[in-house]
Design a protein around this ligand. Structure first.
Ligand SMILES: [Zn+2]
Length: 385
């Protein structure tokens, strides 16, 4: 149990309308959300905060205590005469969450508490494993963490590369050689607890939104072995008509050619910007130290300019004010990011439609998908974020 105020950013908006038959569930989430964001308080405080009556709050809290989600913490120091109020909070130690990040050559998994803090880690080198072999590695990672959990598990959240539909089926993930893999259903069957699987960049933007103080209109560009983006618009995650929103990696930039891409096209964003591609290009520079430094700066600026070109119409169409980059700081944070924002400003009406900010994520690169997976489970299971 932590007594500190949780230091979270923003709340995700519910994605559906509240029907009368769902009112109780909605109100339960409202109570949990209030406690989750604001920390310990009295039932009267929760009633004031939510606009629900004292009787309703007492009834909901009794149910939540019975289910193990809420605990009483004892009495507040009485500032006024009379009976001191009993403080309640979400029992932040009562449940744990398993988060899995498959976006890299290094498969990462972690046990997290309800505040999104990493408690335990399990990693595995993918080492070229694909198909069923890769799936077995994922199951192994989760098994290891299930054994190390010290509280009941609220659920498992997985960020996978590729395109993942709303049911957690990986439609395609070329790096893992997965096609139409019902990963969410398979893990649910195997571990018998709630499982949510989504695209890694879509998961990362949830972490940025909840823990990184992003606004309700943000695009997170995740640069790793591939390049993808996650979108939150008007406080809601946005997945697009076929779950592939933000799939900008294989969009060709410009009409002037460029490097060949693994997908067969020429000049895809990924061919300019992926970590393997940039690293390889930077390593190939020759000449004196000064010449190499200049060549490296050119390579990074050109990659940043290409990213700016591809983002400009998106920023213009959606009137985005915030772009967040996630990936290796040594590659992204410097000439690359500078060239991206310069290109964006040049190519959009940013000077008329408000300030456009581009920044690096403040969350650790290795943890952003793991923590986003926790947000996904919290939001899916408890309605809190
Ligand atoms: Zn491509």
């Amino acid at each position: 149990m932590t007594a500190t105020q949780p230091s979270h950013g923003r709340i995700l908006r519910p994605t559906a309308k509240v029907l009368p038959e769902h009112a109780r569930g909605h109100n339960r989430s409202l109570v949990l959300q209030t406690l989750y964001r604001q920390g310990p308080q009295s039932r009267a405080d929760v009633s004031r905060e939510t606009g629900l009556t004292r009787v309703t709050i007492s009834d909901l809290v009794a149910g939540l205590m019975q289910d193990g989600f809420v605990i009483e913490l004892g009495q507040r120091e009485a500032a006024r005469p009379g009976k001191p109020a009993t403080m309640i909070d979400i029992d932040r130690a009562a449940f744990q969450i398993i988060g899995v990040d498959l976006s890299d050559q290094h498969m990462r998994a972690a046990l997290l508490d309800l505040d999104g803090t990493v408690l335990e880690r399990e990693n595995a080198d993918r080492a070229g494993r694909t198909g069923d072999d890769a799936l077995a590695a994922v199951v192994g990672l989760i098994e290891g963490l299930v054994l190390r959990a010290t509280a009941p598990l609220l659920g498992i959240g997985v960020g996978s590369p590729g395109i993942v539909d709303a049911d957690g089926t990986v439609l395609t993930a070329p790096n893992l050689a997965w096609t139409l893999l019902p990963l969410q259903a398979m893990l649910r069957e195997r571990f018998d607890i709630p499982v949510l699987v989504a695209n890694d960049a879509d998961v990362a933007v949830l972490a940025e939104h909840s823990f990184g103080r992003a606004s309700g209109d943000v695009m997170l560009v995740k640069v790793g072995a591939g390049v993808g983006a996650g979108l939150i618009l008007g406080g809601r995650p946005f997945y697009g008509s076929h779950s592939a929103a933000g799939e900008i990696g294989h969009v060709v930039i410009g009409t002037d050619g460029g490097p060949a891409c693994a997908c067969g096209k020429i000049g895809c964003l990924e061919a300019w910007l992926s970590v393997p591609r940039l690293t390889e290009q930077l390593a190939a520079t020759t000449g004196t130290e000064a010449e190499q430094a200049a060549a490296r700066e050119l390579i990074l600026r050109e990659a940043g300019r290409r990213l700016g070109i591809i983002l400009a119409p998106v920023v213009g169409a959606l009137n985005l004010s915030e772009i967040v980059l996630s990936g290796p700081t040594e590659l992204l944070d410097g000439p690359l990011a500078t060239a991206t924002i310069e290109t964006l400003r040049k190519r959009t009406m940013a000077e008329f439609t408000g300030d456009l900010a581009l920044r690096m994520t403040s969350l650790a690169q290795d943890d952003i998908v793991l923590r986003g997976a926790a947000v996904m489970v919290l939001s899916g299971q408890l309605g809190v974020s």
